[in-house]
Design a protein around this ligand. Structure first.
Ligand code: PEP
Length: 260
């Protein structure tokens, strides 16, 4: 059974920022600012050490918890790694996979990202698979080729029968943490390409229900125009998600004609 209703997903990626105490205070303030929004999902991906202590405040506020990374094995001699079984135990519904900082700072390959995605799906944790081109790739007209390659490897051999099981985040590398945002038109073109690829890879109904987030310097002053695009179903926010009032404004984007 598939549905094409896509509940907007507004996601905060805290990266390696905020203490546990600051995280608890953030959640309380965000909850106070937002109440219990019924028409959009609010997600926070804090550092690993924060997952367990933030679990209850997050659940009480009605927010979804995500890990920022994972290992594909269940257990073993992988010093410094955290498995999806461990992540699921902390109450996470989601895991970010293949963030550009993992790809470019830590050298994660497309193949590794594919293994992580497959492992997340098999353990019932929803992968948020990040893809995106570098500036030189965009300038060389290779954006779609890069996205196709990353999607093919990242979703290798997977079966996705219901759209709720997968989220894609289009994050052009040149827009992450740079203050430079894709124009709404550039983002929409990339999202439409991704949805078309998903329709071929799975089927049209599943592709129509999969949420595709945009990430890359999303701020209170550009979120409305981005969210007005028909294939943008949410945002993955780094820098502007570190203050509750700024992230609250992003979550409360103005619909400008697009109803969730
Ligand atoms: C991110 O970390 O995924 C991100 C998009 O960061 P920023 O919003 O700071 O560009």
């Amino acid at each position: 059974m598939t549905t094409s209703v896509r509940i907007p997903l507004m996601a905060a990626n805290w990266k390696m920022h905020l203490s546990i105490a600051e995280g608890v205070a953030f959640i309380a303030k965000l909850h106070e600012l937002l109440g219990n929004p019924q028409d959009r999902e609010v997600l926070i991906a804090p550092p690993f050490t924060h997952l367990w202590p933030l679990r209850e405040p997050m659940a009480a506020a009605g927010f979804s918890l995500a890990a920022q990374n994972c290992h594909w094995e269940t257990q073993g001699a992988f010093t410094g790694e955290v498995s999806l079984t461990m992540i699921a135990e902390t109450g996470c519904r989601y895991v970010i996979v293949g963030h550009s900082e993992r790809r470019h700072i830590f050298g994660e390959s497309d193949a590794w990202i594919g293994r992580k995605t497959a492992a997340a799906l098999s353990r019932g944790v929803v992968p948020i698979v990040c893809i995106g081109e570098k500036i030189e790739e965009r300038e060389a007209g290779l954006t779609e080729e890069v996205l196709r390659r990353q999607l093919t490897a990242g979703l290798e051999g997977l079966r996705v029968d219901t759209p709720e099981k997968l989220v894609i985040a289009y994050e052009p590398v040149w827009a992450i943490g740079t203050g430079r945002t894709a124009t709404p038109g550039q983002a929409q073109d990339a999202h439409a390409f991704v949805r078309g690829w998903l329709a071929q890879r799975f089927d049209k109904a599943v592709a129509n229900g999969i949420r595709i987030l945009y990430g890359g310097s999303v701020k209170p002053d550009n979120v409305d125009d981005l969210m007005a695009q028909p294939d943008i179903d949410g945002a993955l926010v780094g820098g502007a998600s570190l203050q509750a009032d700024s992230f609250a404004r992003i979550v409360q984007y103005k619909k400008s004609g697009k109803s969730p």
